[in-house]
Every structure is written in C-alpha cells, then in structure tokens.
Design a protein around this ligand. Structure first.
Ligand code: SF4
Length: 345
C-alpha cells in the first residue's frame, strides 16, 4: 500500500520535502492544501509545481477514502459508507443542527467491545484505523458539506465504529491534527471521545495535553446490570471505572460526560435513575440519556417518552442531564446503529 499524506504532521511533511530535495515551504503548502483547504486530491494542490505534484501522486496517496454510499435521512442527517485503501469499509455521519454541525467518525473497523445493544459489536474487530484514516473522515465530510469550523460551530465526536481508547496513539495524533489552528482548526473543546470504560486507558488519555473531551458509556445503574449489557465490565469493574472518573483531571472549562442508553424495562426505572445519581455523586459531570435506537437482530426496546421524561427528571434534579434526540434513525445512523452497510438498509 502506498503511503498516505493525510495523517502526517507538518514536521513529517517537512522531512518528506527534504527527502525529495524540496524547500520546507513546500511542506507547508501540502499541509495547507490537505488540512486547511481540504482539497480532494494531491493534484488539486495548485500551489505546488506540476512536477512535484506528479512525483507525490506517483509515490503517495492523499489518504482520502472513497465515498461508496450515502444515505440521507429525512432530518438532514447523512450517513456515509467510506471505502479504505485496503478495501475495508467504515461509516461516518454528518448531523446538522440549528446552531452547529456534528461529524461522528469511526476509530476502528468494527469493534472488539461487546455491548449487547450495539449493531457494530456484531462485526467484531477487523483492525484499527490509522491516524490518517480517522482525520480523512472528517476532511471528507467537511468538504462534502462545505463545513467551515471558523464560521459555524463544528463538532467532532469519535463515537462511530470502534472503541477509541483501544486505538489510543492514532486517536491522539488525529486529535492534534484536527485541533491545529494552522490546519483543520477544530478546537479540542469541540471534540469528544466516547469510551465503553477502558479504565486503564483513561489515565493514559488524560496525560495528553491536546485531547478531546471524554464521554463514558455508563448504561447501567449497578454492576450486575452493567455486566449483562456491557460484558467488558468483567475486565474493568464499575467501581474501578468510577474511581478513575472521580480522579480524572478535568480542565477548568470541562465536564465529564456520561452516556446512558435507556432500554425499556432493563435500566429505565425510577430506582435506576436514583442509583445513577448516587453512582455519579462527587463527579463534575453531565449525563446524556439516549433512548435506545432499535436495530435488526438486537433484542431491546425503546422506552415510552413518559418513562424517558420521568428518568430525566430524577437525574436532572441532581446534575445536568440531557435527552439526546435520535438523529437519522431511519437510515440507521443513530447511536449504536452503525454497521457494515454493504448490507442493504
Ligand atoms: S457501543 Fe461502542 S464500544 Fe460498544 S460495541 Fe458498539 S461501537 Fe463498540
């Protein structure tokens, strides 16, 4: 496989320019063309001389995925099936909102974590994505939807396929590239990484200066319930996970986010809500409630709106709590619904 340019930091591109006996400013031109102008290929970087473009095209790829399919939902959400250089496919989602846009991107092909309510889990893990493959999803969707981070709020959530903290090096490098004001320029305050609760990696994640906000999938009000819904709890016990969260070094502007998928008759009672508030007491956090998004082959149901509201009210009395409106349900783009869409949907 040829090397990809997207995924390389300015220092790496500068070394590459030197190896090609080109001046350092050529590296800055490549960097700008790929990350800031988000051009659709090496041949589009018109600031480079033709000969250099030809050399680069011969020896490298841009690293942009091929857009294989696009599914448009009635609410404006667009789900993309993207084809990588080795033929594997991943998904990324564009979610427009009144005041901002959000891109949900993947960090692995499939996922090794076995959450019982998630369609992606059925795929298992095929491989980690490279830093370039993570960044290229954002660049592709931003270009296709003409999104400009500087004009309107643009958020990135790494909540697509995969467990980001099990691909930590690539995720951290991708975050640095996405946050670079000289390049893509998406503030780290506008990026979120969502984890199923890989406690040991949360500490490692926190050691990075440039990092996204952290969201932890809680999804249960006690250990026994969580073991059933998220078998990974066997490895990272709930008590251990919450202890790591309590010690998480939040930046002054930051809150920890807990995601809670509400499953009818499983984890959505008033008692569950009260237990959640007890579990999260003493953590500076917000809770995001996600009424379950149904999917084929997944044996859970969505709670009634009144049940969601009752749960919401109890948690909200103790801490900030929001109900995430499902987006793009009709095209299986909502949370936990991403799957390999070579299958018809
Ligand atoms: S919810 Fe996230 S961590 Fe769990 S199986 Fe699905 S993609 Fe993996």
């Amino acid at each position: 496989m040829e090397d990809a340019l997207i995924g390389q930091e300015l220092g790496e591109l500068t070394a590459l320019a030197a190896a090609l006996e080109e001046p350092a400013y050529r590296a800055r031109q490549i960097y700008r063309g790929l990350y800031r102008e988000r051009l659709s290929g090496i041949d589009r970087i018109s600031t480079l001389p033709r000969k250099l473009r030809e050399t680069l095209e011969r020896d490298f790829t841009s690293g942009l995925p091929a857009v294989e399919k696009r599914f448009d939902a009635a609410d404006g959400t667009a789900r993309y099936l993207l084809r990588l250089a080795d033929g594997k496919s991943i998904e990324a989602v564009f979610i427009p909102e009144a005041a901002r846009d959000t891109l949900c991107i993947s960090t692995q092909v499939g996922c090794p974590v076995d959450c019982r309510f998630c369609l992606t889990a059925a795929m298992g893990l095929e491989r980690n994505l490279t830093c370039g493959e993570i960044v290229a999803q954002a660049l592709t969707l931003a270009r296709l939807h003409a999104l400009e981070a500087r004009e309107r709020g643009l958020n990135i959530v790494m909540m697509g396929m995969g467990e980001p903290l099990l691909n930590l090096d690539a995720v951290m490098k991708a975050t640095r590239l996405l946050a670079d004001p000289q390049g893509v320029a998406i503030s780290q305050r506008r990026m979120t990484v969502s984890t199923a609760g890989i406690a040991s990696r949360i500490e490692e994640f926190a050691r990075h200066d440039v990092r996204a906000k952290l969201a932890v999938s809680l999804n249960a009000s006690n250990e026994e319930q969580r073991l059933r819904l998220m078998p990974i709890t066997k490895k990272y016990r709930l008590g251990e996970l919450l202890e790591v969260c309590r010690n998480y070094p939040l930046r002054p502007w930051e809150w920890l986010m807990f995601e809670y998928v509400l499953l009818k008759g499983v984890n959505d009672s008033d008692r569950d809500a009260r237990d959640v508030t007890r579990l999260l007491a003493n953590i500076k956090c917000k809770v995001n409630l996600i009424p379950f998004n149904p999917g084929p082959g997944i044996d859970f149901e969505t709670p009634a709106a009144a049940r969601v509201e009752a749960f919401h009210k109890i948690v909200m009395a103790a801490m900030p709590c929001f109900v995430r409106q499902p987006r793009g349900r009709d095209i299986f783009a909502a949370c936990g619904q991403l799957k390999r869409t070579a299958q018809p949907s």
